[in-house]
Design a protein around this ligand. Structure first.
Ligand code: FAD
Ligand code: NAD
Length: 484
């Protein structure tokens, strides 16, 4: 198509077809808008479907099966060591992605949302240029629109010193490709990606070392939850070095030689000065994709770290442009993007709706999983806020014991005055599913007593939520009462 090619007219154009973008396009179409959805990727679904949530959880399921089979030996059930067919594993992961992408295409079609594969950038506040090549001529024409929803997501944050042009240095995208099962893997960054991908590679047989520059894994999560996970990771990973940074790396031909340096006081498990690893995974956070979009041709403003400035309706400083998902700020989570998408669709439909979620759940899909929602104990302490915290250890759960996994903890954080549930934190197998009850309780303004008196099926792990809630204002059946 030539530069003078087609000018499409639409009411709403959405840039980026990730969990923010496709949800916004569908929700706007469902409210009667004419919608065009533009994404540069080969298939829709964004980072989450193609190189994030879904492939990582597919691989984590494999890891779970391997670990369960290994763990069953202690109960008298011995399986032969797994034979891992990497090509088949990759194919299964790609099939899962393909099926979901096909579903998104179908859903777009069913709503007459036109899906266009192109790089988009703004010519002005109401015109987009579409190109086949990033930054190239607008060979796919222009789009004139009433409103644009920016949902271009984020990318792995790169560390310039690690830019040594070696395939042994991976980011989350290349690590998810499973190039091989490295004998040894260094993971830089003890956050979500580092620990999830570490769980995958350790289960497949790699010796995993984690180096984290702060004093604890998963900054942001309450320490009592992290301690339970860390106790298990100490057994499945080769080493975890906190308060430690990587000063330099070099490809030796056989591996990556790494020089470590302290990043703060009290490195409890100090790293050696130097070590060699077959591969490195760099997982030190993500950077919003706000460059190259022609934002300078609009009134949109960017703020710290490149996020786009938005108000509670997710409107940018430009009245024609909204922004949602990773580009619009933390937390960079798929369900936060989809929630914002629904808010914007309603705002465009003339509803007086704002982003006002009381609880955005966070789930780290490690083994065991960690999940939290609403107020954390750490946040309450930092804010000097009075709270009641009740903790139910999974050692007292019949179901957790039957699963051979009573390494878990459920806690409920409540208001001392009203008893309302303000936060829930869980570590243990299946925590990611269990947290939904906490989210609902917080959103509905439920009290701990409401949750405690709701009947939880026996024997389930959900009983730990009920029992923790009961403990907020009294005793619970499966824990001894405090001494009188
Ligand atoms: P994205 O999903 O990043 O999609 C943005 C889309 O915009 C992309 O398809 C891109 O091609 C397109 N695009 C960018 N620029 C342009 C342009 N100029 N023109 C056209 N198209 C463009 N979150 C969870 O909630 N749960 C998880 O389990 C989870 N696991 C993760 C695992 C990994 C390994 C990673 C990396 C992330 C994970 N996340 C998870 C985070 C999650 O993927 C993101 O929060 C989510 O994808 C953000 O959605 P989004 O719609 O904002 O953008
Ligand atoms: P992260 O922010 O979760 O963790 C990065 C970690 O790297 C932090 O602990 C940080 O202190 C550490 N770090 C930073 N620089 C370092 C350095 N030079 N040396 C050593 N450590 C360093 O980031 P991530 O793991 O890259 O994940 C990015 C984001 O993607 C997450 O924050 C989350 O929003 C999203 N994500 C979510 C899920 C999920 O929901 N299950 C899974 C994966 C990713």
């Amino acid at each position: 198509m030539s530069e003078s090619a087609a000018v499409r007219e639409t009411e709403v154009v959405v840039i980026g077809a990730g969990p923010g973008g496709y949800a916004a396009a569908f929700a706007a179409a469902d409210r009667g808008r004419k919608v065009l959805l533009v994404d540069a990727g080969e298939q829709p679904g964004g980072v989450c479907l193609n190189r994030g949530c879904i492939p990582s959880k597919t691989l984590l399921h494999m890891a779970y099966l391997i670990n369960e089979a290994r763990g069953a030996e202690q109960w008298g059930l011995k399986f032969a060591p797994p034979e891992i067919d990497l090509a088949k594993l990759r194919k299964w992961k790609d099939d899962v992605i393909g099926k979901n992408a096909g579903g998104i295409r179908q859903l777009a079609k069913s709503r007459s949302v036109e899906l266009v594969r192109a790089w988009a950038r703004f010519e002005d506040s109401q015109t987009l240029l579409l190109s086949s090549e990033r930054g190239g001529p607008p060979d796919q024409g222009r789009v004139r629109f009433q409103y644009a929803i920016l949902a271009t997501g984020s990318r792995p944050t790169a560390i310039p010193a690690f830019n040594i042009d070696s395939p042994r240095v991976m980011n989350s995208t290349s690590a998810l490709e499973l190039p091989n099962i490295p004998r040894s893997l260094l993971i830089v960054g003890g956050g979500y990606i580092g620990l999830e991908m570490g769980t995958v590679y350790a289960a497949l047989g790699s010796e995993v070392t984690v180096v984290e520059m702060t004093e604890g894994l998963l900054p942001g999560a309450d320490r009592d939850l992290v301690r339970v996970l860390q106790a298990r990771l100490k057994k499945t990973f080769k080493a975890i070095h906190l308060n430690t940074k990587v000063a330099a790396i070099a490809d030796t031909g056989n591996g990556i030689s790494v020089t470590f340096e302290p990043a703060g006081a009290d490195a409890k498990s100090p790293a050696p000065a130097n070590a060699e690893f077959e591969r490195i995974l760099v997982a030190v956070g993500r950077t919003p994709n706000s460059e190259g979009l022609g934002l300078e041709n609009t009134k949109v403003k960017t703020i710290a770290r490149g996020f786009v400035e938005v108000d509670e309706h997710r409107r940018t400083a430009d009245e024609h442009i909204y922004a949602i998902g990773d580009i619009a700020g933390e937390p960079m989570l798929a369900h936060k993007a989809s929630y914002e998408a629904k808010v914007v669709a309603e705002v465009l439909a003339g509803e007086n709706v704002a982003v006002d979620a009381r609880a955005i759940p966070a789930v780290v899909f490690t083994d065991p999983e960690i999940a939290w929602a609403g107020l954390t104990e750490t946040q309450a302490q930092q804010a000097g806020r009075e709270i009641v915290v009740a903790k139910f250890p999974w050692g007292a759960s019949g179901r957790a014991t039957a699963l051979g996994r009573n390494d878990g903890l459920t806690k409920v954080i409540a208001s001392p005055e009203s008893g309302r549930v303000l936060g829930v934190g869980i570590v243990g197998v299946g925590a990611g599913e269990l947290i939904a009850e906490g989210v609902l309780a917080i959103e509905m303004g439920g009290t701990a007593s409401d949750v405690g008196m709701s009947i939880h099926a026996h024997p389930t792990l959900s009983e730990t939520v009920g029992e923790a809630a009961e403990l907020v204002s009294g005793t619970t059946i499966h824990l001894a009462p405090p001494r009188r």
